[in-house]
Design a protein around this ligand. Sequence first.
Ligand code: GNR
Ligand code: NI
Length: 167
Amino acid sequence: MAIQRVLTHPEPRLREKARPVEAINQNILTLLDDMAETMYAYQGVGLAATQIGVPLRVVVVDYSTDRSGLHCLINPEILAEEGTQEHEEGCLSVPGYYDTVKRPAQMTLRYLDREGNQQEQVVEEGLAACYSHEIEHLNGILFVDHLSLLKQKRIKKRLEKQMETRD
Ligand code: GNR
Ligand code: NI
């Protein structure tokens, strides 16, 4: 198991559309372990494989306060969305920025778990916002894409500057 580096915006690999996992083999199980370890190390509530440079449709989420509620989602699909909510979010790939984004209030998801069993789950409130955020990563979308163009420009500029001045 190993902690991976999380890519930060602007980075072209964050914009790629991830492809479905074809078979759950040891590589995928190791990827899930690395993603969970990375998410916990960075204290995130979720992580998409895209964020560590792996273009596969794999997501980990732990929305519990005691960090004991790990969910592993392979090839997640949104079957239904209901209502909207405004949610304050951040992203490990956009460090230091938090803003409010409109998300579905409730979603029905279908995915494969670690064992390859098909699962269906209804999620709402913060958890729905989190899954929506993660599934967007798999499609090359970042939460800042929902903000005004002016905000997007400022965020990109500041992150580019941070990158230049990093050791
Ligand atoms: O750690 C994270 N917090 C968060 C808060 C509200 C909505 C979504 C998130 S996801 C984010 C981790 C991350 O960047 N996942 O892709
Ligand atoms: Ni994110």
